[in-house]
Design a protein around this ligand. Structure first.
Ligand SMILES: Cc1ncc(COP(=O)(O)O)c(C=O)c1O
Length: 391
């Protein structure tokens, strides 16, 4: 009785592995979790306090579907100041995390059979959402040798009559790649020429250690007119459980997305939006982000050193996010695939990693370094012990 669209729907592999690690931990097993897609720090107190204040003031009722006006204004200011793109508040829609935002964008633009270009490795959710909506995910394979950077020439090879959308995610999950500005400009030009919409998922914009994050919508009015700039409070302010994300796009799309919001989630939890507003307004927020990112930088260096010294394992030195995506194919071939390798690591090494096949490529493991540095070191040492036994 299930619909054809959901027949092949998979649960999020990243959430599954995190749940498995939590389950083992509840049984007293000391598992080191490399699966986390969220910063390990708590949400800053000033954000929590703003939310508490909103609760006390009775901000507990339905709110406008596109988001409270103050928040949409603050987002417009942020986009101008930090990303160099001018949006009106009426071009911004707030929804329950960027995951829902992406779903609403795709709902707004996809017809049955429309193709969506997705550079692979990809964040697990993109192809699933496209499939649920009757679209066709078209993977653009990226290579480790090229640092998992997307090139305009490669995109062009996958464009067909049915191509409707290209999803960009830089800084990237799972590879950490930060696409160079010149390449993004070429890709954006191609999309303008070929009438392809760009969904630019920028939720890791603050996690950049080498290179620079640029918003494609800042390139020109033409590019802006075909772009959905997607962002989230989840990673930047360690607010993953609050479920606040947003899109900025031309008003004709924003109106439809707000309508979809009103017919699905109604609005983001009203008092959570006041917390998000504080995150954009409070000057302490910059310091919080800076401190967090400098800690991630330290972890990344250490993790890169340790992982690149594992025999038979290669790893790209990526510019951003908080993931590494090393190639363990020598070992995954040995045990019958990366899913099995991840199982062996959790069973024998008590380390939880997400297998690369969840992100579209076999033989890799995604390692999140969103955990204290001592645990990070201990975890990689545990991986080393398991690999030594496999060799
Ligand atoms: C690339 C990417 N986009 C979007 C999201 C969704 O974040 P949220 O729905 O919490 O805003 C994630 C979360 O892991 C992600 O990695």
């Amino acid at each position: 009785m299930l619909s054809r669209r959901v027949a092949k729907l998979k649960p999020s592999a990243t959430l599954t592995i995190t749940a498995k690690a939590k389950d083992l931990r509840s049984k007293g097993v000391d598992v080191i979790g490399f699966g986390a897609g969220e910063p390990d720090l708590d949400t800053p107190d000033f954000i929590k306090e703003a939310c508490e204040k909103a609760l006390k003031e009775g901000k507990t009722k339905y709110a406008p579907s596109a988001g409270i006006p103050e928040l949409r204004e603050a987002i417009a200011e942020k986009l101008l100041k930090e990303n160099g793109v001018e949006y009106k508040p009426s071009e911004i829609v707030v929804s329950t995390g960027s995951k829902m935002v992406l779903f609403l964008i795709l709902t707004a633009v996809l017809d049955e059979g429309d193709e969506v270009l997705i550079p692979s490795p990809y964040w697990v959710t993109y192809p699933e959402q496209v499939t649920i909506l009757g679209g066709v995910p078209v993977e653009i394979p990226l290579s480790e040798e090229e640092g998992f950077i997307l090139r305009a020439g490669l995109v062009e090879r996958y464009v067909t009559e049915r191509t409707k959308v290209l999803i960009l995610n830089s800084p990237n999950n799972p590879t950490g790649a930060v696409y160079p500005e010149e390449e993004l400009r070429r890709i954006a030009e191609l999309c303008v020429e070929r009438n392809i919409l760009i969904v630019s998922d920028e939720c890791y914009e603050k996690f950049v250690y080498e290179g620079r994050h640029v918003s494609v919508a800042s390139f020109s009015e033409e590019v802006k007119s075909i772009t959905f700039t997607v962002n989230s409070f989840s990673k930047t302010f360690s607010m993953t459980g609050w479920r606040v994300g947003y899109v900025a796009c031309p008003e004709k799309f924003a109106k439809v997305i707000a309508n979809l919001n009103s017919q699905t989630v109604s609005n983001v939890t009203t008092f959570a939006q006041y917390g998000a507003l504080e995150a954009l307004k409070n000057p302490e927020a910059d310091r919080f982000v800076e401190k967090m990112v400098s800690e991630f930088r330290r972890r990344r260096e250490r993790a890169l050193d340790l992982i690149s010294s594992l025999p038979g394992v290669s790893v790209v030195r990526p510019g951003g996010s908080f993931y590494l995506f090393p190639n363990f194919s020598v070992y995954s071939k040995e045990v019958g695939g990366d899913v099995r390798l991840a199982e062996v690591l959790i069973e024998e090494g008590r380390v939880a990693c997400v297998p690369g096949s969840a992100f579209g490529v076999e033989g890799y493991l995604r390692i999140s370094y969103a955990l204290p540095i001592e645990r990070l070191i201990e975890g990689i040492n545990r991986i080393k012990d398991v690999l030594d036994r496999l060799r």
